[in-house]
Design a protein around this ligand. Structure first.
Ligand SMILES: NC(=O)c1ccc[n+]([C@@H]2O[C@H](COP(=O)([O-])OP(=O)(O)OC[C@H]3O[C@@H](n4cnc5c(N)ncnc54)[C@H](O)[C@@H]3O)[C@@H](O)[C@H]2O)c1
Length: 298
């Protein structure tokens, strides 16, 4: 069985697949044009988020039997199209949950204490002790939109930090210790709102001007799920008006995201889609990809 690894992957995972008899070619900087010509020679492919697997590429790969996405979201793959052609599409749903949850929690504390601004002030040689009065996150209400694998990890950590947790997810059963709410109830009550749902037709721009209008003044927004769930223009306006006190963004409607007007605001912090970029998550992703491919071929 011939597997093409199209994006960077833990070397231990590659070794293990080879030891199990799979032929694994690593082309982790392959261009879309090269992929169009070589994919016909492979039975399986491994991708992360860089390589997009759209219908026209799938049509060029008559021998393809399995696509494994190292990571959670399948929005970079035309998964339904592939499945309709008999191709198995797999992902690694649990491997990055803790890493993303820790990033979201870290962002809440950073926003509450303006750590990005205190650091910049210290680096500028200042000692602005009176300027930076923050908030505790203990005792505050955290609204979690989407209580899947990551949402649950965030909830556990937030409860341990003394937060009250409120959850909106019409499609999942939330653990019993979490208060379920309608979206409007959550928007009206939460001091922090964090998003952990996929980008779908339903969730695209679900948080726009109208939703911001329903929120408490001084709310803080965290999006480590997918760009496009929170409307970036509406978020910018809500930050400028002071309705939203701060926002932390790991994901953007257009990625790479460079020079966005949101980052002209002091109360915005962010990162270049690094939710799963920890050594631990990368190891788990590699191991899970190898397990799934080895299972598939044995
Ligand atoms: N920042 C990163 O690097 C990074 C890393 C991993 C995952 N993610 C993203 O995080 C998101 C959540 O991941 P997960 O592993 O928890 O997924 P999951 O499938 O376990 O959970 C998603 C939850 O969202 C809920 N949901 C779906 N549509 C909804 C809606 N319209 N309103 C409210 N809830 C809705 C589902 O019922 C489910 O419980 C995914 O979009 C994923 O792509 C980002």
């Amino acid at each position: 069985m011939k597997i093409l690894v199209c994006d960077p992957m833990e070397s231990s995972a590659i070794k293990r697949m080879r030891a199990e008899g799979l032929t694994v070619d690593v082309r982790d900087d392959i261009t879309p044009e090269e992929l169009n010509t070589v994919l016909k020679d492979y039975d399986g492919m491994v991708v992360r988020s860089r390589t997009k697997v759209r219908a026209p590429l799938i049509d060029l790969a008559p021998n393809l039997k399995v696509i494994v996405r190292g990571g959670v979201g399948l929005d970079t793959i035309d998964a339904e199209y592939a499945r309709a052609k008999g191709i198995t599409v797999l992902n690694t749903p649990l491997s990055s949950s803790a890493s993303v949850a820790e990033l979201a929690i870290g962002y809440m504390i950073t926003l509450a204490r303006s750590s990005h601004l205190t650091t910049a002030s210290m680096k500028a040689g200042k000692w602005e002790k009176k300027k930076f009065e923050g908030d505790e996150i203990g005792g505050k209400i955290l609204g979690i939109v989407g209580i899947g694998n990551i949402g649950k990890e965030v909830a556990k950590r937030a409860l341990a930090l003394g937060m009250e947790v409120m959850v909106y997810d019409p499609y999942a059963t939330a653990p019993q210790n979490l208060k379920r709410a309608s979206l409007d109830e959550l928007l009206a009550n939460a001091d922090y709102i964090t998003f952990h749902l996929p980008l779908t037709d339903e969730s695209r721009n679900m948080i726009g001007a109208e939703a911001f209008g329903k929120m408490k003044g001084g709310v803080r927004i965290i999006n480590c799920a997918r760009g496009g769930i929170v409307d970036e223009d509406a978020l910018y306006d809500a930050l400028v008006s002071g309705k939203v006190a701060g926002a932390a963004l790991d994901v953007f409607a257009q990625e790479p995201c460079q020079g966005h007007k949101l980052f002209s605001l002091d109360q915005v912090i962010g990162s270049p889609h690094i939710g799963a970029a920890t050594r631990e998550a990368q190891k788990r992703i590699g191991a899970e990809v190898a397990d799934k491919l080895i299972d598939f071929y044995h």
